[in-house]
Design a protein around this ligand. Structure first.
Ligand code: 2AM
Ligand code: CA
Ligand code: CA
Ligand code: CA
Length: 260
């Protein structure tokens, strides 16, 4: 069953990517949601609808959780649930026409079975099937090796090291100081894909929704990366949470610093 779903999805996600690239030739309708930095466009909604139509036609018993709310309202994760972020990194999509991704995770009874992150501008499809490995455009991604903070690039949003209402900047400062470098890409999905591919070593953020991380979780775990909240606890795919994704070894080292 998972191989069959994967075959459909490989086609659907590339077709959706083509539609997004075509949309660059049109005028985007841009709106704000919860704040001036929280953007949504007509393309976000159209791409979510694109997946929903195909999933419903092919798998009428499956349920769908999508960021733009065109799917189902879910209270639990029983059965097969598709968790979809049609465009992760909408601000990058609007301002930069790159560094955004389609992110999809397929879960069964709360367990991640398939994960997809499609970097549309670069035509790079990261995907994984639980127990079968992770791939980038068909090439297997090797297992992640242990590393240490002083050899690591960590990804975090600069807002968290300024005064804010979620975390004491003094907690993160020693981390930023000790790391080899820091980055911020503005797409949680791509940041997780980069960890799976070994391009980043850790990623942390204070409040994300299931659709931001569902695809990435399957892909990262498949190569031996660790995905928890900032307290080191497992994530569930039904509520918002902080997120901390890292190579093995480094995960323990960073947790020890931020929990000090
Ligand atoms: P989005 O583009 O799908 O909304 C940006 O740093 C990352 O945080 C993106 O993955 C973005 O996903 C996510 N994000 C979650 N909530 C957000 C919000 N309220 N405003 C902007 N980005 C948000
Ligand atoms: Ca959004
Ligand atoms: Ca998102
Ligand atoms: Ca989105």
């Amino acid at each position: 069953m998972w191989n069959e779903i994967d075959q459909h999805m490989q086609h659907w996600i590339r077709e959706a990517g083509e539609r997004i690239r075509d949309a660059f030739q049109t005028k985007l309708k841009i709106e704000t949601k919860s704040s001036p930095s929280d953007l949504v466009t007509n393309v976000d909604r159209e791409i979510e609808q694109f997946f929903i139509e195909r999933i419903r036609r092919t798998y009428p018993t499956h349920r769908i959780l999508g960021e733009e709310g065109l799917g189902d309202t879910l209270e639990a994760l029983d059965g097969v649930v598709w968790i979809i972020d049609p465009i992760d990194g909408t601000m990058n999509f609007v301002h930069q026409q790159r560094h955004f991704a389609i992110s999809v995770g397929v879960f069964q009874d709360g367990v991640g079975m398939l994960g997809y992150i499609y970097d549309v501008a670069f035509d790079e499809l990261y995907y994984a099937q639980n127990g079968k490995g992770a791939f980038l455009n068909g090439t297997p991604l090797p297992p992640l090796e242990k590393t240490t903070l002083d050899r690591s690039i960590i990804s975090l949003n600069a807002t968290w090291v300024t005064e804010n209402r979620r975390i004491d900047p003094n907690v993160l400062a020693p981390l930023v100081k000790k790391a080899r470098g820091t980055r911020s890409y503005g797409s949680a999905a791509l940041e997780m894909a980069y960890i799976a591919a070994g391009k980043l070593d850790a990623y942390m953020t204070l409040r994300l929704s299931p659709w931001d991380i569902a695809g990435g979780m399957v892909i990262v775990q498949e190569v031996g990366g660790v995905v928890t909240n900032l307290y080191g606890e497992p994530l569930n795919m039904i509520e918002k949470s902080s997120v901390f994704v890292s190579k093995p070894g480094l995960h323990e080292e960073i947790l020890a610093i931020i929990q000090r």
